[in-house]
Structure formats: structure tokens, C-alpha cells
Design a protein around this ligand. Structure first.
Ligand SMILES: [Zn+2]
Length: 329
């Protein structure tokens, strides 16, 4: 198998139920800072808060102790500061062509929604800023309700009970969103898996790449080999397009003959975006509409996921202590 074979399969609609798994690498070209790494600009900005360790920003206990660093990050990531890149629009185009079954993203920047990928096609595995919940009374809020507070650097409080309102980002020690468990029905029927811009190191995300049927082609567009592509458990039908993610996506789009459509889509969105900005400084309205998502019932326990793949990587084991994972309730 080659990238051209994959392109041919997409073009001729041989692949109609494509699942995409994506991580931070698809958003770095949009300028999203790598806030998890010491030495990155944003992480350094957070140093003034004296975080005991980098991940504390996503630790729920630390949040209850001091929510300010998290809200400083929220201010940075709130929509408007960054725009989707070619990769996001490529996935949107897959959807427009009726071939996207689902996109599983680890990113919390909301760029998938901004690129026009509908919420029902998205599993934001680490949560979203589009909705929020009071940490005390559990009342639900829309992301836009918090906008002014966050932009002013104020911690938002519930208008009913005065509890702190936390955006629905999944913290360490919290359960994954219900939508994540769509994988139980998505992966067995997927006919192509595209993995992009992720190290596949954090469980349970890492396991998903092994959850498609063994005959299904898997395309990796990434800086380096990761997950099963690196563990030596790759399959004959696997294809790896290594290097810069945007260049890899562009190569695929070129092979598909989709570049003119992609560029038109991006130009159109840019125009809309500038209009929204001139009439409505809060982009949240177009971005935070998220009611009525298709939830599935509480899934089988986490063991089920573990059974779906062959052995976590060393890195995955190393991360287990920090894992975001569903509880076995
Ligand atoms: Zn409340």
C-alpha cells in the first residue's frame, strides 16, 4: 500500500466510514503553543503561578486549590486567537464528502469545530471549552457565558451557588466524556483509519489505533512512527507518511485532486471569520453551539478497551499514573 492507493480508495469512495485520530501535531501549525512542555512560551508564562509540576494545571485537586493557572491557559486558548489550518479543513472536507465516520481528537483548542466539523462527528476526548459545569451544583453553562470573566482574568462563579464554573475540559482523575465510548461502535465498522499529529502515548487514546479490523488500512501522517507503526505490530495495509503534518495532508489532498476545493473552503471561512469579528467580537456564538449531542449509554468497562488492542507501549505504561481514563463504575 502507498499514499496513492489510499487516495484512490478515498476518491473512488471505497472508504466511506473513515475514522480520524488526531493530536496536538495538527494544531501546532495553527500556532497553538505546546503548553505541556517546559520551555514553551505558555508554560513559562504559567511559572508565575508556581505550579508544583506542569501537569498540575490539569489536576482537579490542584484546580480546587488554585484555579487561576488553568484560567490563564483558558484565556490563551479561547477561540479567536487561533485559526484552523489545512489539516482541520481536510477533515471537514472528508465530512462534506460524506466519508467521515468520526474524528477523535485529543485537542482542546476547538479548532475542529471552527473548521466546521459538526459536533456529532467529533469526539473531543479531552473535553471542550464550548460548555462548562459548576463544580459545586453541576449546573451547565455555555462557553460564551464564561467569556467575559475569562478575558478579564477573573475566575467565573456560578450565578446560583457561587461555586467555580469549570470549562468541560477533562482533567487528570476525571472521567472521559460519554462520546468517547462511541469508539465501541465506530471502530468495528471503520473502513480506513487516519492517525495524524499524535504521539499515541496517552491511554486510552493510544489503544484506539489497534481497535480497527485487521484488514483495515491505517494511514499515519506524523513526524515520526508512533504506536503500532513503531512497535513492530504494523500491518501490510499500513501506510506512513512521515514529516511535517501539513505537508503530508497536502500531499494526500494533491493526490485526491482536492486542493482547489480545500483552498476555496479555507478562503470562504476566512472571509466569514473576518465578518464575524467585525460584527461580533465574541466568536463564541458560532463556536459554542453544542446542544443535543448524541450521547451513548454508559459503556462497558475500561477492560473492554484494553481487550481491543495488543499491549500498551512502554510510554503508555509510563503515563498510566497520570491517566485520564473512565472509572469502572
Ligand atoms: Zn453552582
Amino acid at each position: 500500500m502507498t499514499l496513492d492507493d489510499i487516495a484512490k480508495g478515498i476518491r473512488e469512495k471505497e472508504y466511506k466510514r473513515i475514522v480520524v485520530i488526531a493530536g496536538a501535531g495538527i494544531s501546532t501549525p495553527s500556532g497553538i503553543p505546546d503548553f505541556r512542555s517546559p520551555g514553551s512560551g505558555l508554560y513559562d508564562n504559567l511559572q508565575k503561578y508556581n505550579l508544583p509540576y506542569a501537569e498540575a494545571i490539569f489536576a482537579i485537586n490542584y484546580f480546587h486549590h488554585n484555579p487561576k493557572p488553568f484560567f490563564a491557559l483558558a484565556k490563551e486558548l479561547y477561540p479567536g486567537n487561533y485559526r484552523p489550518c489545512l489539516t482541520h479543513y481536510f477533515i471537514r472536507l472528508l465530512h462534506d464528502k460524506g466519508q467521515l465516520l468520526r474524528m477523535y481528537t485529543q485537542n482542546i483548542d476547538g479548532l475542529e469545530r471552527m473548521a466546521g466539523i459538526p459536533e456529532k462527528k467529533l469526539v473531543e476526548a479531552h473535553g471542550t471549552f464550548a460548555t462548562a459545569t459548576c463544580t459545586l451544583c453541576r449546573r451547565k453553562y455555555q462557553g460564551e457565558d464564561l467569556h467575559n470573566d475569562i478575558m478579564e482574568g477573573t475566575v467565573p462563579h456560578c450565578s446560583y451557588c457561587k461555586g467555580i464554573i469549570k470549562p468541560d475540559i477533562v482533567f487528570f482523575g476525571e472521567e472521559l466524556p460519554q462520546q468517547f465510548f462511541l469508539y465501541l461502535t465506530d471502530f468495528p465498522v471503520a473502513d480506513l483509519l487516519i492517525v495524524m499529529g499524535t504521539s499515541l502515548e496517552v491511554e486510552p487514546f493510544a489503544s484506539l489505533s489497534g481497535a480497527v479490523r485487521s484488514s483495515v488500512s491505517r494511514l499515519l501522517i506524523n513526524r515520526e512512527l508512533v504506536g503500532p507503526f513503531a512497535w513492530g505490530s504494523s500491518r501490510q495495509s499500513d501506510v506512513a507518511e512521515l514529516g511535517d503534518v501539513v505537508s503530508g495532508v497536502r500531499k494526500l489532498a494533491d493526490a485526491l485532486g482536492w486542493m482547489p476545493e480545500l483552498e476555496a473552503l479555507m478562503a470562504d471561512d476566512r472571509q466569514k471569520h473576518s465578518k464575524i469579528f467585525s460584527t461580533c467580537p465574541s466568536l463564541l456564538r458560532s463556536w459554542g453551539q453544542s446542544a443535543g449531542s448524541a450521547m451513548i449509554r454508559r459503556p462497558l468497562e475500561h477492560r473492554r478497551l484494553r481487550a481491543l488492542f495488543k499491549g500498551p507501549s512502554v510510554a503508555a505504561r509510563r503515563y498510566r499514573g497520570l491517566n485520564i481514563r473512565p472509572s469502572n463504575k
